[in-house]
Design a protein around this ligand. Structure first.
Ligand SMILES: Cc1cc2nc3c(=O)[nH]c(=O)nc-3n(C[C@H](O)[C@H](O)[C@H](O)COP(=O)(O)OP(=O)(O)OC[C@H]3O[C@@H](n4cnc5c(N)ncnc54)[C@H](O)[C@@H]3O)c2cc1C
Length: 456
């Protein structure tokens, strides 16, 4: 790309225009997943919607690939590209809370840590992810699964409106009374429809929660998973909880001689009255002996950041995912074979409940089609050493293959790898054709194709 063209772009951008010769380029080209090694022609660190419009127009007019980066957590590395333009929103992280309406507006590069820190002082929260460094926009646009999903629905179910820069460089507001089709598609359709510069959410009264992780012996895997399946289906919706295969990190609440051992864990978040927290989690204590736990009252943002240390930037990532209607005994048996083989302290497998309030939204009401699935499973391979890539990727693949017969055809797009594009139709079931039609309206040239791509 000529220097003149870059000068033109710089003249229109208030934020940073970072070229390969810039000292900031090395850091700017990288994303969270260290397996991804790409060299964009330019990284635009936008500071406002105008910068985003300029970068979108530039990429389209020059015929360049365009990557959108919010929090940078995409496992397939959709937030960077080779030879194209990256719109990096990490300088747009403001969050404004309106306590009168119990709503908050987050800029397109805010993380859940930014969001929860802003809403917590007001005693308010909404459904977000379980790690504080994940981006609000990327997580929400794919659906948004977290501790509060049973109580308040997915993140998209709490999305009230979004500001969007579309492929033609226009700035649009999408909500249930403005550009309704775009708003429908954004809620589950990922980054296919434009760059979202801000998102407005409904908040709920949540401040301190009662929860944390409990560790059980691997010999209890089947007991724990069967119990969890039956218990969570009937549990009050203020309870979010998911089982996890986890190697014990060297933390003070775990007996020292058990550090490095693998456990089946249960991570719980009771968002009801604090004084009822202990009682709400008691069934987990009754089902099998707890080897170690770190459970108690804590600020919701503290639980949201509790596992950040296990997943620092710079790990190798390979993930697979599927939706599950019934966690059958056969499915549990498959988990019992592969879960205990979890290869690194950073790697894990989570089976998230997506029932409760998430089921009260119709399959066709948003782009997120799997409203009849009870669980979203993620096999999250994460490890530091690239020399382990082959072995650890094989663990994820073999595990996933063993769960396929017990799972739905589709999975949650945000938990998927770059080799999952063939599942795109299945991920959206009956909503796929409508998504294609909306893609044709807003992005007929498929400018936004670095994502789980809905082709126009
Ligand atoms: C450690 C970790 C924990 C996670 N935990 C959860 C969890 O608890 N719940 C859950 O649901 N998911 C979770 N995820 C998955 C997560 O939702 C996806 O990785 C998501 O894509 C991350 O969004 P991001 O903005 O951080 O990523 P990015 O890499 O910045 O973005 C990914 C893609 O999302 C789209 N996108 C991002 N921002 C925008 C924007 N402003 N406008 C338009 N499109 C945009 C683009 O297509 C972009 O390429 C987790 C991922 C990781 C790595």
């Amino acid at each position: 790309m000529g220097a003149l063209a870059m000068d033109e772009l710089q003249a229109q951008v208030r934020g940073d225009v970072i070229l390969p010769e810039d000292g900031r380029y090395e850091e700017a080209r990288h994303v969270y997943n260290a397996m991804i090694d790409r060299r964009p022609a330019v990284v635009v660190r936008a500071v406002n919607a105008g910068d985003v419009m300029a970068a979108v127009n530039f990429a389209r007019e020059k015929g360049l690939d365009l990557a959108i980066r919010g929090g940078g957590h995409s496992v397939p590395g959709f937030g960077t590209c080779d030879g194209g333009v990256v719109i990096d929103l990490s300088r747009m992280r403001g969050v404004r809370v309106d306590p009168a309406s119990s709503t908050a507006r987050a800029e397109g590069g805010a993380t859940w840590g930014d969001f929860n820190a802003a809403t917590y002082p007001f005693g308010l929260a909404t459904t977000g992810g379980i790690i504080s460094t994940t981006g609000v926009a990327g997580l929400t646009l794919g659906g948004g699964i977290g501790y509060l999903a049973r109580g308040f629905g997915l993140s998209i179910d709490n999305l009230l409106s979004a500001d969007v820069v579309t492929a033609d460089g226009r700035f649009l507001v999408a909500s249930d009374h403005e550009n309704e089709d775009l708003f429908w598609a954004l809620r589950g359709g990922g980054g296919n429809f434009g760059v979202v510069t801000s998102l407005e959410f409904q908040l709920h009264p949540v401040k301190d929660i009662y929860g944390g992780p409990m560790f059980f012996e691997l010999s209890e895997v089947e007991t724990i998973l069967r119990f969890y399946r039956d218990f969570i289906a009937e549990a009050p919706e203020q309870l979010g909880a998911f089982p996890a295969f986890q190697i014990a990190p060297p933390l003070p609440f775990i007996p020292e001689d058990r550090h490095g051992d693998t456990f089946i864990a249960m991570v719980a978040c009771w968002a009801g009255p604090l004084e009822k927290g202990e009682e709400a989690l008691k069934p987990f204590h009754d089902v099998a002996p707890v080897v170690a736990e770190h459970v108690g009252p804590m600020p919701y943002p503290a639980l949201n950041a509790a596992f950040d240390g296990l997943v620092p930037p710079g790990l190798q990532h390979y993930w697979k995912a599927s939706f599950v209607k019934e966690l059958t005994d056969d499915a549990i048996a498959a988990h019992g074979v592969h879960g205990p083989e979890v290869p690194a302290v950073n790697s894990t497998v989570h089976i998230y409940p997506i029932d409760g309030a998430a089921h009260r939204v119709g399959a066709g009401d948003t782009a997120f089609a799997y409203r009849d699935a009870n669980f979203a499973t993620v096999i999250a391979g994460m490890w530091p050493d690239p020399a382990q890539n082959e072995a650890n990727t094989a663990w994820v693949r073999n595990y996933y293959d063993a769960t396929v017969p017990h799972s739905e055809e589709g999975g949650y797009i945000n938990f998927m790898a770059s080799d999952d594009q063939a599942r795109i139709k299945a991920n959206y079931k009956g909503n796929y054709e409508r998504l294609v039609a909306i893609k044709r309206t807003y992005d007929p040239g498929n400018l936004f194709h670095l994502n789980q791509n809905i082709k126009p």
